[in-house]
Design a protein around this ligand. Sequence first.
Ligand code: UT7
Length: 355
Amino acid sequence: MSPRHEGVRGATITGTGMYVPDRVLTNADFESMVETSDEWIRERTGILERRISAPDQASSDLALIAAKRALEMARLTEADIDHLIVATTTPDRVLPSCACTVQAKLGAKRAAAYDVFAACTGFIYGLGIARGVIGTGDADTVLLIGVEQLSRIVDYTDRNTCVLFGDGAGAVVLRPCAPEEGVLSVSIHSDGVLGDLLEVPAGGSLLPASHQTVEDRGHFIKMRGKELFKVAVRGMEESLRRALDLAGMEPQDLDLVIPHQANQRIIEAMRERLGVPRERLVVNIERFGNTSSASIPISLDEEVRAGRVKPGTRIGFVAFGGGATWGATVSRWTLAVPRGAPAAVAVGAAPEVAR
Ligand code: UT7
């Protein structure tokens, strides 16, 4: 995507929220399910435990809680939302979209609601869309949610994948800001040739659900982990460098780097290549595992609520996922333009005006 143009208004995150289900599945729990060990999982992935949804919780239920928390922080209500975007690979149903389901539960009647399907990079894709629709003036308030219930599509007899994934939701509210603040750059990429590195083979138009697809375990995630590992490190490094270039920054200029939490070793390899100091890297994979499109907004919310994000903090988000898709954004944390003010005003210390 091109760098910011003069006169186009910016978009900034003004509220964050997250939710993870209560149930914890530890590495020790897997030792009785498949041939694995706490030591292997810990050393090869960095994961110690992950959260698993209750049987009666759907993705939209997780999303709803995260969304309400983000709206509360932004001091906005469901009636303010112009666009409601859900990044997910695990919607409640194939049809309608998860976003429409969240819209109904939230009562966000005015919103245009739609899903973004870019696997673990979905939140970054959504941020690009949110920045675009706010920048052009098509929307003033965007609610962007990353939510996954990967436990629903993980094969708990496949040790290559079942230990990796968890459930959770993260949400952000975006509002207009001055052009040089907020989301400064977005760099997104994909390569469909790599599609079979990470796939759920059945349940779509190619292999509709049948007794055979169920028998073949075709509705579960299949992953070629080693190959994915290599392209993930390279893709994450390249896209973050590109986003930094577009923002006129170097890796050392970032105060925080929030990567998608797929594997501690992927994150560390990327960090080394970029030369980012370890203390600026946000890692919580040990508690949540890989929550796909939810991992970045969950991490962001934890950082915001811990007081580690302040006005002026420069943050890089970076992800790689199935598709293959990958991408990065660079943002400068700021405050939104007050309601009714011209779009391109300097922001300074202007607070978001409460309703
Ligand atoms: O979020 C989307 C993007 N996802 C990713 O980017 C994931 C990328 N890939 C990875 O994170 C890693 O490749 C994995 C964690 C999936 C696997 O780690 P690895 O170091 O690449 O292991 P491997 O696949 O090369 O497997 C090494 C060995 C194999 O045994 P043999 O063939 O050497 O006898 C596997 O069968 O480890 C075995 N193995 C396990 N052993 C114990 C695989 N999974 C397990 C397990 N417990 N859970």
